[in-house]
Design a protein around this ligand. Structure first.
Ligand SMILES: Cc1cc2nc3c(=O)[nH]c(=O)nc-3n(C[C@H](O)[C@H](O)[C@H](O)COP(=O)(O)OP(=O)(O)OC[C@H]3O[C@@H](n4cnc5c(N)ncnc54)[C@H](O)[C@@H]3O)c2cc1C
Length: 413
């Protein structure tokens, strides 16, 4: 006779840990299988290692408006476990939280380890058996329909009454999210919408970008163009990388850029001063040039814009940096202002899934009952976290989905 578990959770990411902890809180015998040598590899790198665990939209309708068109599925789930419940869950277990820009919530400790530790303790309290380095190779159903068989790569079959699939999506495969779960679910009859990268940094063709690597700019505006036609503008914070641009605003733009790229080349203009029109900017530059009239323009512009940008502006305007401010022609002043308002960049493409924050695609939502997170196709099979095809922006929305779906699956499995 083989052991029959009450619940087996496949995947030790945030959704799997929440689900396992919750299921075990009812006294159920819960086993968690994780293929890595450690749990939560991706969780620990979230939010730059600080973990943006949710977004402070305590009004559920307002929160759900961010999950483009999927609110109808998520409403019943969030009516059971919403942002307030997430905050209570972590706060009650001793983790203080704080709000940063755009409602992003972080632990006061500024460490994703704090979030991890709470989930780990939650599982320990329920005596969840955790098997690391345990690679699942497939799921099948017992012939009499009584249970689920989980095949591990080491050759052992594990039997369970209920199974929660929390194997994640396809972004950052180095953390363990390699999409194996999708293959098993497809075999069992589920529809898997095509996976593509979403929320991903943007690569540029411009070689000067390398000189700006690491530079962040606050409150700037980016505008996308295709065939010289303006497409969309975005305001926020920009981060330059070795190969292009990143940061929350760019991650959120990436899906639109990906769509545009299907139809042709995309360029982006950067406005360093979206709050100032060209005339006001010109007056301010004028004042600076008069005050510093005996200095060279390359040294004076640093007072106006971050210094790594100075040689780039001068190169693009073809102005000699050695020019003294008093002899800068009016034509060149206009050129500088125009550049500051419209630095042109050309998109090479989106970076691949190795750099993506989340992947799009996953299990078709109509095939899941969001009141329980149970599959509508396979009884006693539950689906949580990134496995599901839910569009969302950057800002804590992905982890909130893990807490909500994990908690509900754990309550029902
Ligand atoms: C760099 C980065 C930063 C991010 N920052 C944020 C943020 O600040 N806020 C936010 O809300 N979201 C953030 N995200 C997104 C967030 O991390 C994911 O949405 C979340 O981790 C998904 O959780 P999950 O449990 O569904 O899957 P995962 O975290 O991907 O976990 C899946 C687990 O399943 C295991 N697994 C897979 N296949 C098998 C198998 N065959 N057998 C056994 N185990 C298996 C994997 O090893 C992995 O441990 C970030 C993502 C990245 C990449």
């Amino acid at each position: 006779m083989h052991t029959m578990w009450d619940v087996v959770v496949i995947g030790g990411g945030p959704a799997g840990m929440m689900a396992a902890g919750r299921a075990s809180s009812f006294g159920k015998r819960v086993l968690l299988l994780e293929k890595n040598t450690n749990l939560g590899k991706k969780l620990l790198i979230t939010g730059g290692g600080r973990c943006n665990l949710t977004n402070n939209k305590t009004n559920t309708r307002e929160m759900l408006a961010n999950y483009k068109g999927n609110d109808k599925f998520l409403f019943s789930a969030f009516s059971q476990f919403n942002v307030n419940d997430t905050l209570t869950f972590f706060n009650d277990r001793g983790m203080e939280t704080k709000e940063e820009n755009d409602g992003r919530i972080f632990p006061v400790s500024n460490s994703s380890q704090t979030v991890f530790d709470i989930l780990y303790k939650y599982m320990q309290e329920g005596k969840v058996e955790i098997r690391k380095s345990s690679i699942v190779g497939g799921i099948s159903l017992e012939k009499n329909g009584d249970g689920i068989i989980i095949k591990t790569k080491s050759g052992n079959d594990i039997y369970t009454k209920a199974c929660i699939v929390a194997t994640g999506g396809l972004s950052r495969p180095d953390t363990g999210s390699t999409g194996e779960g999708f293959a098993w679910l497809k075999k069992l009859g589920h529809t898997i919408n095509d996976n593509d990268v979403a929320l991903v940094p943007v690569a540029l063709t411009d070689t000067w970008i390398k000189k700006l690597s690491g530079l962040t700019l606050d409150e700037i505006k980016l505008t996308t163009f295709q065939n010289e036609q303006k497409q969309e503008s975005y305001k926020g914070k920009l981060l330059f990388t070795h190969t292009g641009i990143s940061g929350p605003m760019v991650l959120n733009m990436s899906r639109d850029i990906g769509e545009l790229l299907k139809y042709g080349e995309v360029s982006i203009t950067l406005d360093l001063f979206p709050g100032l029109d060209s005339n006001t900017l010109k007056q301010r530059l004028q004042v600076l040039l008069v005050t510093e009239s005996n200095k060279k323009i390359k040294n004076v512009l640093k007072q106006f814009i971050p210094s790594p940008l100075v040689p780039i502006i001068l190169e693009k305007t073809e102005i000699d940096g050695q020019t003294f401010c008093h002899s800068l022609s009016s034509e060149n002043r206009v050129k500088i202002i125009k550049q500051m308002k419209e630095i042109k960049m050309s998109v090479k493409g989106l970076l691949g899934k190795d750099k993506a924050i989340v992947s799009s695609g996953g299990v078709l939502l109509t095939e899941v009952d969001f009141k329980t997170m149970q599959s509508r196709i396979i009884p006693n099979l539950y689906l949580v976290g990134d496995v599901l095809d839910i569009d969302r922006p950057s800002g804590g929305y992905s982890l909130q989905l893990c807490w909500t779906t994990g908690y509900i699956a754990g309550s029902n499995a």
